[in-house]
Design a protein around this ligand. Sequence first.
Ligand code: AMO
Length: 434
Amino acid sequence: MKERIYTNEAINFKDGSTVKLLGWIHTIRELGKIIFWQLRDAKGIVQIVIINPKKRDDIELIKKIKNEFVVEIIGTISHNEKAPNGVEILLESVNIIAPAVSPLPFSVDDKTPANFDTRLKYRYLDIRRLKVHAIFKVRGAVIEGAREYFKSNDFTEIHTPKIISVGAEGGTTLFPVYYFGKEVYLAQSPQFYKQLAILGFEKVFEIAPFFRAEKSRTRRHLAESWGIDVEVAFANEQDLMDIQEDLLISIFKYVKKSCPNELKLYNIDLNIPKKPFPRITFHEAAKIALEHGIKVDLNSDLSAEAEAIVRSKFDSPFFITEFPLSCIAFYYGPHEKDPSLSYKLDLLFPGKNGLELSSGGRRCTDPNVLIERAKKAGINPDSLGWYLEMFKVGGIPPHSGFGMGIDRLVMMILRLPNVQEAVLCPRTIDILSP
Ligand code: AMO
C-alpha cells in the first residue's frame, strides 16, 4: 500500500508520479467536462482534477461526494502554473472514508460569513476554515517561541496545582469546587507556587490555564484562560521589564518565521518591537489621561477610558510602572521612594484596540508587611497558611515575576476582534459548550 502524502508535499513529486492523499473535500467546482475538488488536510489544500467525469466508470461514486466528505485519493501529479500552489492531482481513484451532511450548517470555505455563535456551536467545522485554522497555528508558534526563549535563558519549567485552598488574586473571581466534602477553588494564577518554586530553581516558568469567575462580558475576558507565568529570584522590576521585552521579541520573531502564510491570511506584516519598550509611571499615565479631561483617582486602577487614552499615545508595546499600592494584590509591598506606590507594572499593547497583556513586579518578602497587606485586602492572614509560613521560615531572596495572557497575545498578533476567537473552545459566563 502506498504511503499517504500530505497536500503540501505534492509539489515535491515529479509529473506522472502516483500518490495517495487523505483529507476532506473543501470545495467542489463542476464545469461539465471537468470537476475540480479542493482537497484539504492539516497541512493545506491541493487541487484534484477529474477530466471527462461522465466517461468514467466511477461517476456514480464521484457524484455522491459532497463538501467535507473524508476521502482517500489516488492520483497522478501534474505541475501546472495555473493551479493553486503550482501543482494539481489528476484523479485515478477515490474512496469515501466518511460522509458528511449536506448542506452543512455553514460553509467551511472562507468566502461565506457565519456569525460567531454559529461558528462556536459547530467549532469542529469552524476550525477547518483556513483563517480559523491559522489562529491555532499562530497560537502554537507563540508557545514554541516562548519555550525557545526560556530554554536558551536557563529557565526551569514548573507545573503547579490548579486546585487550591486560597486565592491569590482577590475573592471576587474565585470558582468554588467541591473537594472531598470541602469547598476549595480553581487556581486564579500560579502566583504562590511560582514564588515557592524559585526557592529551589531561581528562574521558573509555567505555561498553563488559570480560572477567573469573570461575570463581565468583554472582548478581553475569559473564565478559563492560558498564561505564561514567570518568576525570577534576585531580579528587580527593571530586570523584569528586560525579560518581558526579550520574551515578546522572541515570540514575535518565531511567529514571523514559522507562520508566514497564516499572517498573510490576516494581511499582517508583523513588526518586531524594538527594545527598550517605552516606560511610563502610573502618575505619568494619569497625567496623560487628565490632559484629555479624564480624572484618575491616584488610589485606584486606571479606568478603561483612561487606559484607552494612554494606549492611544503609543505605537509599540509599553510599560506602566509604579502602580498605587492601594489597588493591587496583597503580595506587593510599598515602594522605597513613596509608600503609597508599589513595584507593580503592566505591559500594554498600544492603540484603540490594544489592551493589558501582562502584569507583574517585585514581590513583598517581609512577612509582617504581608500580614498587614492581607488584612487590608480583607484576607484573613491565617488562611494564607504555608505561604506566610514560607516567608517566616525565611531564606527568601528578592524576586520578581509576571503573568502574560496567551489568549490576549494571540488576539493582539492577529488583531482579532475578541479574545474568544483565540481559544479552541472558550469558556465565559455564557459559553460552556462545546
Ligand atoms: P493578572 O491578574 O493581571 O496578574 O493576570 C495576568 C495576565 O493574564 C491575562 N488575564 C486574562 N486574560 C483573559 N481573561 C481573563 N479573565 C484574564 N485575567 C487575566 C492578562 C493579564 O495581564 N499573579 C499575577 C501575575 C504576576 O504578578 O505574576 C496575575 O495573575 O493578560
